[in-house]
Design a protein around this ligand. Sequence first.
Ligand code: ARG
Length: 560
Amino acid sequence: EEHVENMKRQLANLFYASLRAAFPNEPNDIEPLVAASTTKFGDYQCNNALGLFTKFKRNVTHYVNVHAVGQDIMINLPPSEMIESCSIGGPGFVNVKLSNDWIAKSIQKMLVDGIETWAPRLPVKRVVVDFSSPNIAKEMHVGNLRSTIIGDSIARMLAFSNVEVLRHNHVGDWGTQFGMLIEYLFEKFLNVEDVNETAISDLQAFYKSKKRFDTDVAFKERAQKAVVRLQGGESKYRQAWTQICEISRKEFDKIYECLGVHLEEMGESFYNPYIPKKDGGYNYASTDLAALWYHLNEEKADWIIYVTDVGQQQHFDMVFSAAKHAGWLPDDDGTYPKASHVGFGLVLGEDGKRFRTRSSEVVRLVDLLDEAKVRMLEEAKEKQEQRLKDGIIAIHWTEEELEQIAEIVGYAAVKYTDLKNNRLTNYTFSFKQMLNHKGNTAVALLYAYARICSIIEKSDQNIQELKTTGSLVLDHVDERTLGLHLMRFSEVVEEACSNLLPSMLCDYFHNLSEYFTKFYLNCQVSGSAEETSRLLLCEATVTVMRKCFHLLGIVPRDKI
Ligand code: ARG
């Protein structure tokens, strides 16, 4: 199905034509400045007049004021069915009110052709998203959680925008720490083949303490030699290293499976052959430079995106500027190929300090996801029992279904909390807040979605047929507000992609559900004269919501 330009770009095209016609003597094309309206006089506005008037004033001009410039822009607009009316605002900007009919028709067309026709178009072909990237022999913690969740959402938004996305897991699988890990492994297991699952927690504990390394001189020496022998490719050492990585990998994969996140492992060791071997050192920065070279030249990526905590900002600044010096990247960040660091803040405990367990350990990701699920399950069970007692007729869920729902909602709550906050700010982790049924939470959105699904289902109308036989009208103000917001979806995803800010999509999503609530409160659907049209509006809302969930890595349920 054909691609539909977003509203902003469609308007920009119209204003481009009008600017050409109004100012034919301007030597260069004037770029139209179109933005969502900041006043109640329109839906969008064109802001070119002020800048042009200032420019004209320097020469002799027949324009008496900025208003007159705006006027000229307005009257030269080509006729379009998308525009209902225009007016001139204060400093000469042109207000545009979009036509209700056009909005309604566009939404209905999307219902028939599919929401993919609303996918943004980006100026890139292939993107590397380097995210999650935990370290071998360490357990994943909340920091890795943020990278995994934010990176996954960015990758999903880019893929929806028809970009080819390479999802790289740059795991820390190389470096001097492997010396002591390997020696420790040799001590504990006579045969490398005997290494088992529990070995990893032993290794973690061992790695964390580092005590042995600091106090036992003989051990330290052996560990240092082990690094050399590993890097020299000695098979016994390679084998041990492979085993250690394999055990960690299994642990990581469990988490990725829970979260429904897919990654391609391209760890630090992968880039060894690409590092010039002057002093035999493979440090973090030289590995990243080699990796960047590989992304640009072997993978032919035109945008490389790194998702880590803000603490690594400086490291990436250095890597990027080295790449610019080397001529691998253009100096101008506005052109491609381009590298971007997506930093994020800390997760804080309710005491305002770095999020830790009571025993001041880092919080394990598995425990966190588990707890969200357990809490949801308890609540769902209690509610079900209460309903039974009160004789309220509702779906009776089996134990298994309750588990499923609790898992979906619990995990969604964790993900959404991570995504809705502007990633650069620290945020406080609170189960109570994230599992709230009201407010800007995944729980509220999942319930809203299920409610709309049930409105459609209960209507007993064939919604698929209605898409072509029915007709959508947006006469009521709350219908129009909802409709206009639906139409903004494409613009918002595009902006969220170019700013690498999934929180922009969350804001949009939350507002969407608020506008729906308002519409549903003030506009009767079932049994009204407008039933057909309003059901179509419900269906359009559900369609956009489903895509929002998808882009945030959440799988909604029709019934909950
Ligand atoms: N392993 C690193 C850490 O846990 C993150 C790696 C990020 N990616 C990269 N290409 N440096 O901090």
